[in-house]
Design a binder for this molecule. Structure first.
Ligand code: SF4
Length: 490
């Protein structure tokens, strides 16, 4: 039997400082603004020489937080006078916003970096920037500098607001510029944002994580938890509503910790009640909740705020208490289920989703069977499941796997089979019902179909015309598949 108990290790304690949120001074933001002006001037010269603006190509890997960061990068570049392109081969600046959560995401970025080398041979003036969690890891940044000399700029998530300065310095020096300094991080408000969708928006409410789950790299690359001030968040959401946005997703690695570092006693439940009051906002979603902190106050706020969607993403990770302890998750499967049942009782028609890791190093076959049992008990609408990925620098990376790779893959496939059956059964319950769908636009797989989501986050496809994008329409569900519903406008 394995003896590992990773909970409460000294590594975690070292980082559990009670830090009050810090904010980037206005004078610092004004200083960065000067670099935006310098870039703009440079881009105007480019335009007069080439009769076009320089084009930037942006690529995002990873989670919604990264998507949100990319929208900020796009905003900063737009202010600096860049145009945008979908084709890296036609771009003058490439920005890859990278992810460190799993090894295959990193492998993908390395593959893409290789392709850029060939493009840069034909377009030597092209500037290439890598940012995000992957490059915040020192060993990765060093490897890139050593092996990929065609990369001009590397910066981590905490240096994001300084991008105009770093980019300008990279142009001027024509040497690689790197900023992956480890810091507790600070919040930079009022960075320009250029968003993807006109009717939906992500709004970060906090950054970083203090939880130190033993498999996870996030606390090391995104720093400690820092909450934005509620008035800044509400101000941003009001602006979005004025611009026609009606659905908001509040983002944070662990939204339940929101406010703990603020000097006023406000938590996430208070925040969503305030967002619920904003005129023009019709739907509120949030992610991610940590089960150890998810409790009655938030369940009540969800139930009592009519705009909060009946949808909950509550990452379980494992159904085995022993593995949960090794993961440093700080809850048991029974505690988790109790909270889930409470939420289901209080919020009618609640749709549930979760994250599961298969093959955590200390997971034995009976632990995996416990996870399968939990899936059956919880009856999730959908799951995001991953095979454990070893992340250098995390405590779990030092452990040998108990199960063979073959067995882990077999378990993974078994789990998908179990979940697919549950998902299909839950989707079939929608057939014949009329649901309200926020229409995203034309489906990517069938240009005669529109696609959108219910308040329970179910994807619904149905025939209709593109001008309905952004509107709420009633749709009768006529067919259900594992991942989506089909229907017709009522
Ligand atoms: S709570 Fe989430 S982000 Fe934080 S350490 Fe755990 S898995 Fe990583």
């Amino acid at each position: 039997m394995l003896e590992y108990t990773l909970q409460g290790n000294s590594f975690e304690r070292r980082f559990q400082e009670n830090l009050m949120a810090k904010y980037i001074e206005e004078s610092e933001l004004l200083r960065i603004g000067e670099y935006t002006k310098l870039l703009k001037k440079q881009n105007e010269i480019f335009e007069s020489e080439y009769s076009r603006l320089p084009r930037a190509y942006l690529e995002t890997h990873g989670c919604q937080q990264n998507e949100n960061d990319t929208e900020r990068i796009r905003g900063m570049l737009f202010e600096a006078g860049y145009d945008f392109t979908d084709d890296p081969a036609k771009s003058d600046l490439v920005v890859f916003n990278t992810c460190a959560v799993r090894e295959n995401a990193e492998d993908k970025v390395f593959g893409r970096i290789g392709i850029l080398k060939h493009i840069k041979e034909r377009r030597p003036h092209m500037m290439i920037a890598l940012c995000g969690c992957m490059v915040q890891q020192k060993h990765i940044a060093e490897r890139i500098q050593k092996v990929h000399e065609h990369i001009d700029l590397i910066f981590g998530p905490q240096a994001l607001y300084r991008m105009p300065e770093l980019l300008y310095n990279a142009y001027k020096s024509r040497k690689a510029v790197v900023d992956i300094e480890d810091s507790v991080g600070a919040i930079a408000e009022d960075i320009p944002v250029l968003r993807d969708a006109a009717h939906k928006a992500w709004v970060s409410v906090m950054y970083g994580c203090n939880n130190f789950c033993t498999y996870c790299i996030v606390p090391y690359v995104r720093g400690r938890e820092r909450s934005r001030r509620p008035e800044k968040i509400i101000e941003e959401i009001k602006e979005l509503a004025k611009d026609g946005v009606s659905e908001i997703t509040l983002l944070g690695q662990n939204v339940n910790s929101y406010g703990l570092d603020l000097d006023e006693e406000k938590d996430f439940a208070d925040l969503i009640r305030r967002v619920n009051e904003v005129d023009g906002i019709k739907r509120i979603r949030f992610m991610t909740s940590h089960p150890k902190d998810f409790g009655d106050r938030l369940i009540d706020a969800m139930a009592e705020s009519e705009k909060v969607c009946p949808q909950l993403h509550l990452p379980l990770q494992s159904g085995s208490d022993r593995v949960l302890a090794d993961m440093n998750r700080k809850y048991t499967s029974a505690e988790y289920l109790k909270k889930l049942e409470k939420a289901k009782k209080r919020i009618p028609n609640l749709a549930l989703s979760t994250d599961i890791i298969v093959g955590f190093p200390t997971e034995r076959q009976e632990d995996f069977e416990d996870t399968l049992e939990m899936l059956k008990k919880a009856e999730y609408d959908s799951i995001f499941s991953f095979i454990y990925s070893r992340r250098e620098g995390t405590p779990a990376a030092k452990l040998e796997s108990v199960l063979s790779e073959e067995k882990i893959h077999e378990n993974f496939n078994r789990m998908l089979e179990v979940q697919n059956e549950i998902s299909l059964r839950k989707n079939k319950a929608y057939v014949g019902k009329v649901v309200t769908v926020l229409i995203d636009g034309i489906s990517k797989t069938d240009d005669k179909m529109l696609t959108g989501r219910t308040d329970t986050a179910k994807i619904v496809n149905f025939p209709g015309s593109a001008e309905l994008a952004g509107s709420y329409r009633k749709v009768r569900i006529t067919d259900a598949r594992t991942w989506s519903l089909y229907g017709e406008l009522v």
